[in-house]
Write a protein that binds this ligand. Structure first.
Ligand code: PGA
Length: 243
């Protein structure tokens, strides 16, 4: 069972353009909308496209607010591998979004629970996420919500699985340097978004993509809960599409 609208692109660049169409439409409809953003390799073609479209006068980010999905615990915002730094380098520094309108969980928060509560409250104060971007991990994680025996509701601290540490070690000097914990929006936070775009590219994601939308809804495949979200657009490339 699945309810997603599925768009199959020829390649990751084209997937980025299809996903950018959804963002362009949302920002045109609601110039001060709240977008939820993601890190990783998959969204890079989308971010390149959004930068190009603002330069071409097709999108205006000056009133847009953004909330990121997650951050490594223990990394400072300016750490080379922090997700805050990733967002600055790959998107925020190249568009007109105001710095005070971008939030990423704080990896160095002393009181993690209080920071997570404040993060949820900030999103609520903004009126909730209008359009949430998601990637997917090989284990089915969204944000850093790893396979579990339940779907965690709110922004919280998580331990990363070996699979995730291995997948992400390519960005660090060695697997030992990958933080063992992270802060992530919860599954409830993600499901509360009014609209969701999931980008999935590459043959290595085919199997988990099939389980996510065409398998059973199961917290061991955290992304599978998206089958119950009423407005999901899946943008994948031919290599990732399971059929
Ligand atoms: P990737 O990460 O885009 O780098 O594959 C996706 C994820 O782990 O959510």
């Amino acid at each position: 069972m699945y309810h997603a609208r599925v768009i199959v692109a020829n390649n990751p660049e084209e997937a980025g353009k299809f996903a950018a169409d959804v963002f362009e439409a949302e920002i045109a409809k609601k110039p001060a909308c709240v977008i939820g953003l993601a890190t990783g390799s998959t969204p890079l073609p989308l971010y390149r496209e959004l930068i190009a479209r603002e330069k071409a006068g097709k999108i205006d980010f000056t009133r847009v607010r953004s909330a990121n999905l997650d951050e490594y615990k223990g990394l400072a915002p300016n750490h080379e591998q922090s997700y805050r730094k990733f967002m600055q380098d790959n998107l925020f520094d190249h568009i007109s979004i105001r710095p005070e309108n971008t939030i990423v969980p704080l990896g160095l928060a002393e009181d993690v629970d209080a920071m997570c509560d404040a993060y949820e409250r900030m999103i609520e104060a903004w009126g909730g996420v209008d359009l949430q971007l998601l990637g997917i991990g090989h284990d089915g994680h969204i944000g850093f919500n790893e396979p579990d025996d339940h779907f965690p509701a709110k922004t919280h601290e998580v331990k990363l699985t070996e699979m995730t540490i291995n997948a992400n070690k390519r960005f660090f000097n060695s697997a030992d340097e990958v933080p063992r914990a992270a802060i992530t929006m919860g599954i409830g936070t993600i499901m509360a978004a009014k609209k969701i775009v999931m980008m999935v590219t590459g043959a290595d994601k085919k199997e988990i993509l099939k389980k996510t939308f065409w398998g059973k809804v199961d917290p061991q495949v955290p992304a599978s809960i998206l089958q119950f979200h009423p407005d999901v657009t899946l943008v994948c490339d031919k290599d990732a599409y399971p059929f």
